[in-house]
Design a protein around this ligand. Structure first.
Ligand code: SF4
Length: 419
């Protein structure tokens, strides 16, 4: 166990054994390697120029065809299984409630975020449509086919929400509009609402308003990093990536004005080097603005620039997960909570009986994101095993049962209450 300094300069112990937390100095991404000229910008796929033939399953020993949005989109494995486009079962989940769509191009995402499997530095190693993202493959499917399947019986659809994930690409603003129009032309966005996971780097305020006018319900900004220094290190200059904290906030505040209260939010990844206090300060700021935070537990994505680093220890994750839920949905404020000298939550600001009731309800430990049709605090976007393996679940894509809750309490070091 080595000693390190966190962003505040205090010395803490690095604990790769999972007993501590992922501190700033321990979470340095490796630098991106240089991609040979002939492999840049999806050249391999564009030169071969194979026409796509319906659903494309990644990593299937087939040369990647030339697929582009808005005609083609990629779907999460969970969404593809729910639509019947891929065989398979998910551990303890019958389906997913969110149809996550990802824009796709041979050139891929032009950003280089250190934790992301889609990042540009992978060009030499893997074609864009074959890259893993939040731990799973993303099959590519004609958008028309996706709409056809859902439009057949919207009332019976398992989906509570659809989400378009933009990537950093010169076409992504226009193509997001086209994908949204293709959906709303045949599916009432009142029946299955649409969220936009935006790419602020290429967007203007007009783009935000246009998406709202075309029927988008919620607009989110993936800050991902909780502090400006972490943002720069993992998504900006630190990894030759184009994103800027200030631009992300400009579009986030625009979304607040355009979409209004409870209709905008930000993604935050926990465990990339921020302190628990820093993460929760951001959560409180978003609530004060009228929005929500959607949280992800850091997992070392294979092939990413952080794949050599430890996943977030479960105790750190659970504390932040619980505290975020209290701030977002239980009216507790950051100032009521206490933190130790390393910024870790030491008191949640609630009497023990009230805290027990929140823990036992279990929703605090489910995947967070845009709401579905069950409850405002239950996310449609369940992202099964997107931030952990099923053997050690971080975000529960289903309601945790009594055994799960006993495990969560052990991770929180809050013993089970006996009546
Ligand atoms: S912009 Fe989004 S998709 Fe592109 S590398 Fe960054 S996190 Fe991944």
């Amino acid at each position: 166990m080595s000693c390190i300094k966190n962003t505040s300069g205090t010395t803490v112990e690095a604990t790769p054994d999972g007993l501590g937390f992922n501190a700033f100095t321990a979470m340095q991404p490796r630098p991106p390697a240089r991609t040979p000229q002939e492999l840049r910008n999806g050249r391999r796929v564009k030169d071969a120029d194979l026409p796509p033939a319906g659903v494309y399953l990644p990593n299937n020993n087939v040369l990647t065809p030339h697929m582009r949005s808005p005609e083609y989109v990629q779907l999460s494995t969970a969404a593809a299984m729910t639509l019947g486009l891929m065989p398979g079962k998910m551990h303890r989940c019958g389906c997913t409630r969110c149809l996550n769509l990802l824009l796709t191009y041979p050139e891929g995402c032009r950003a280089n975020c250190a934790y992301c499997g889609l990042a540009r530095h992978r060009e030499a190693e893997r074609d864009y449509a074959d890259r893993n993202f939040i731990r799973v493959d993303w099959p590519a499917v004609p958008m028309e086919q996706v709409v056809d399947i859902v439009a057949r019986d919207v009332a019976a659809s398992p989906f509570h929400r659809m989400c378009i994930s933009m990537i950093t690409h010169p076409r992504s603003d226009e193509d997001t509009v086209s994908v949204l129009k293709a959906w709303t032309a045949r599916i009432d966005p009142g029946a299955i609402p649409v969220s936009i996971l935006s790419n602020p780097t290429t967007m203007t305020g007009d783009d935000v308003r246009r998406l709202r006018d075309l029927g988008a319900d919620i607009f989110t900004v993936a800050l991902d990093a909780a502090t400006p220094a972490l943002f720069d290190r993992t998504r900006g200059k630190g990894v030759q990536s184009p994103h800027k904290w200030q631009k992300y906030w400009e579009i986030l505040l625009e979304a607040r004005n355009v979409f209004g209260p409870q209709k905008f939010g930000a993604h935050i990844i926990i465990g990339m080097g921020e302190t628990e206090y820093e993460a929760l300060e951001l959560v409180q700021r978003l609530v004060d603005l009228g929005g929500h935070s959607h949280m992800f537990c850091f997992f070392p994505e294979q092939g990413s620039l952080m794949d050599h680093l430890p996943a977030t220890p479960r105790d750190q994750w659970r504390r932040v997960q619980l505290a975020r839920y209290l701030i977002d949905y239980a009216g507790v404020r950051l100032e009521q909570m206490s933190f130790d000298e390393h910024g870790r939550v030491s008191d949640y600001g609630l009497p023990a009986s009230e805290l027990d009731a929140v823990i036992d309800d279990g929703v605090a430990f489910r995947t967070s994101g845009c709401p579905g049709k069950f409850r405002d605090d239950v996310s449609a976007c369940d992202r099964p095993y997107g931030d952990s393996p099923p053997s050690n679940i971080a975000s529960y894509p289903f309601q945790p049962n009594r055994t799960d809750l006993r495990r969560i309490r052990r991770q929180l070091a809050i013993p089970v209450v006996r009546a």
